[in-house]
Ligand binder design. Sequence first.
Ligand code: CU
Length: 358
Amino acid sequence: MVRLLQLGALGLALCGVSSAVALPQAETDSAGRPGAPKCKGLTKRREWRTIPRPEQKAYQNAVRCVMTKPAKLQKLKGLGAKTRWDELVMMHQVLALQIHSTGSFLPFHRYFMHVQEFLLGECGYKGGLPYWNEALDAGNFIASPLLHPVTGFGGDGTGPGNCAGGPWAGLTVSVGPGFTNQPRCVNRKINDVFSPFCGQSFVDDALNHPTYESAWLAIYMGPHLFGHIALAMMDGNSITSPGDPLFFMHHGFVDKMWWDWQAQGLPARLSDISGPNNMSPEIGFIEFNGTIAEEAAEQGWGSPSPAMLAITPNPKAGDNGGNVTTLNHVMSSLGIIPDATVRQVMDIKGGYLCYEYV
Ligand SMILES: [Cu+2]
């Protein structure tokens, strides 16, 4: 199902909810620099198992709400999005070939979670996003409280569709797999052969890189990739895995890795960005062998339709015509929220974003 990977070539060492009152104040950005914009308060992103059950339920209910709320954006409805959640998944689908294997991988997925937070807000959710510290469960994802069938995110997939059930029982995701759009249940298949590579020593290895240039790649090809392989969310599909709400718990872990790396080198790491700004057609996803076309055939992704290509943003927007991701690189949510630049998401306490990991 998930084909592996030319790890050797990369020399891998293999590998919240805020309270409504009394938010901590952030008078400066993370580097202690004065000047606008500032955060009026910081939401707390907490590890799932530290969150009281009522607040976990509030989060699950808000996700269910987004997953059942009708789609709003005409151009995304026209491509097959049925719900607000489908729009979120479609954002990732349309942009899939410019947000993976590129320097904007980490900033984009930080922005992507911000978009999810916005949609949860439409459903009345005011807490911070939860995340999953996968290192605590590495090698034994199957027994993680995150995969508790009721109080977690549904269990391992069962039956012909590998449906995860639990809080997502009876819900349908209509975007994916790949560049196709077919109604499916929230599905996954847990594989604990690969989850050990999300362990703390692998997280530490990824954080032990001196520059963004190597750190993003180590995070991407390390715990990020192995978490995806171990969870095989939404048919194990790289293009549309965000259909499973568990995706956002995994990417909270990934975002926290980036932030922990940044926090080791303030203020310099609030502006350290690099890497290609678009996937090379010859290389495709760096974790798969072959060109994009070969990977798409092998994985059964299909290819973007002309209508999809027509709404696909320029992957080099903001980068002054170059091939390298810059702070001015523009990230789009296809109209769900306004576009943002990489610069805006570099600091999680910088004013555009206002949260902290606790
Ligand atoms: Cu992604």
